[in-house]
Ligand binder design. Structure first.
Ligand SMILES: [Zn+2]
Ligand SMILES: [Zn+2]
Length: 462
């Protein structure tokens, strides 16, 4: 959704209406559990997002989200932070500041310097909790986007970004890790740094490898095969292309493919599978007002639907470690369950007028080959000349007939609900499901799928 100039409050309201129209799953209780909707990756004026924290949170809370992480780059929102208001990079947009003061007179604070410059105070997480949290209804999760870059031996730049949750602080590692490490090593060191800080704080943490294919392919599947302790990655990210660039082969480049390659190896090795999450990586909340050039990410692109017994960080993390959640970028499952004894995954989705919805079951075969079928050198077709080198990538493509193949698909009639199940065959390593609804996503970021999709996690037999 693109808007310009003044009508940005209207744009915000329209986005909210579009997202709210999708509804939130409140149903499907199972053993005192219910679904909670939320996401872990948004930016504010604490770093390069174009909104005050109150504005960002209000966007989500008012459209039925139950939990949210404000995850600014290498900063946890505490202490004093002021930002100059006015035109220019790194400043608070005047229109957004005015809207903020009108909407949040109790928390908006600013100071005027001797030269007339207005500086706005960006409020802390602690303050946000006071204003917005409501037990059982809305939870703020401590979140930070650990943001690093590294250069490989060919001088190719890789940005490695990782969100961590429920750890209110930033390990020194993220400020001081330099630019010399392989991507796999950078992920490992970052994971360890977060784990150490979580342990020191007595917290249960969650670590997510973000937007692996942002800028073409910053992280390869092999980097997560080499780091089996990393349990989560961004299957959907509003800010990075779901599939990078037209004209590139999709068998190696969609995050769906990335996911199956990692899990093929993990399942064969008996390691815990990698789970996908859905995030927006929101930077722009008001259309193009205050928009950071080159960053398009809007709210409501993708979310996680977690089945937990309470709306607490610990309960959500517990449920997600157990794989009891789905990723949605429009359509949502009505219910899903996996019986580890029989190896049966069951999924259902409600009907929608004039649409035929489909449930696909995706498996990887036990006898897949660990050898790539080919290696592709990507020279991004639309990268600027001076960026060709940093965007260049080499990516291994694996056999799509054995890894991540559709084993069964069930479509409903027009307007009909669909329920389907699949039992793991002896030559399947794991199964996951994907729901496809042939309708345009309500708030689609660039290069997201043209249809609405929801994903379950992958499951293995007990
Ligand atoms: Zn990032
Ligand atoms: Zn981000």
């Amino acid at each position: 959704m693109q808007t310009t100039r003044r009508g940005f409050l209207a744009a915000g309201a329209a986005l909210a209406a579009a997202a709210g129209a999708r509804g939130v799953a409140q149903a499907a209780p199972a053993g005192g559990k219910r679904f909670y909707k939320g996401q872990f990756h948004t930016h504010t004026y604490w770093s390069d997002g174009s909104a005050f924290p109150e504005q960002a949170i209000q966007f989500y809370r008012e459209t039925g989200y139950n939990f949210l992480g404000l995850s600014d780059h290498n900063v946890y929102a505490e202490g004093r932070r002021v930002k100059k208001v006015g035109k220019g990079k790194g400043r608070v947009n005047q229109d957004i500041f005015d809207a903020y003061r009108r909407a949040f007179p109790a928390s908006a604070q600013s100071e005027t310097a001797a030269d007339g410059t207005v500086e706005a105070v960006v409020q802390t997480y602690a303050k946000m909790r006071e204003i917005f949290e409501k037990p059982g209804e809305f939870l703020l999760l401590d979140a930070v986007e650990g943001t690093t870059r590294t250069y490989d031996d060919d001088g190719v730049e890789h940005q490695v970004h990782m969100n961590y949750l429920n750890v209110p602080g930033v390990p020194e590692h993220f400020r001081n890790c330099g630019t010399k490490a392989t991507v796999a090593q950078r992920i490992r060191d970052s994971f360890k740094a977060v784990e150490a800080m979580a342990k020191e704080m007595g917290r249960e943490s969650m670590f997510i490898l973000n937007h692996p294919i942002w800028r073409w392919y910053d992280v390869n599947p092999e980097d997560l095969i080499a780091n089996p302790e990393v349990r989560f990655f961004e299957l959907c990210n509003g800010g990075s292309p779901y599939r990078p660039g037209e004209g590139l082969p999709t068998d190696g480049f969609a995050t769906d493919r990335f996911w199956d390659v990692v899990n093929a190896f993990r399942a064969r090795n008996g390691q815990p599978l990698l789970y996908g999450v859905g995030n927006d990586d929101t930077h722009s909340y008001f259309g193009t007002v205050g928009h950071v050039p080159g960053i398009h990410c809007l709210p409501y692109n993708a979310w996680s639907l977690v089945r937990a017994d309470a709306l607490t960080a610990e309960a959500l993390i517990r449920a997600m470690n157990a794989g009891d959640f789905a990723v949605c970028e429009g359509v949502q499952p009505e219910d899903f369950s996996f019986d580890p004894a029989s190896g049966t995954l069951s999924v259902s989705v409600a009907g929608k007028k004039n649409l035929c919805r489909t449930i696909q079951f995706i498996v990887t075969k036990r006898d897949f080959s660990e050898k790539p079928v080919r290696t592709v050198s990507i020279e991004p077709p639309d990268a600027p000349a001076d960026k060709q080198k940093i965007y260049a990538r080499k990516v291994n493509v694996y056999d799509t007939k054995k890894i991540g193949c559709v084993a069964k698909a069930v479509s409903g009639g027009i307007g009909e609900a669909v329920s389907a199940s699949y039992t793991l065959a002896t030559d399947d390593l794991y199964v996951r499901a994907r729901i496809i609804s042939p309708e345009r996503p309500a708030a689609s970021a660039f290069q997201h799928p043209k249809v609405q999709v929801a994903w379950t996690q992958p499951y293995v037999r007990a």
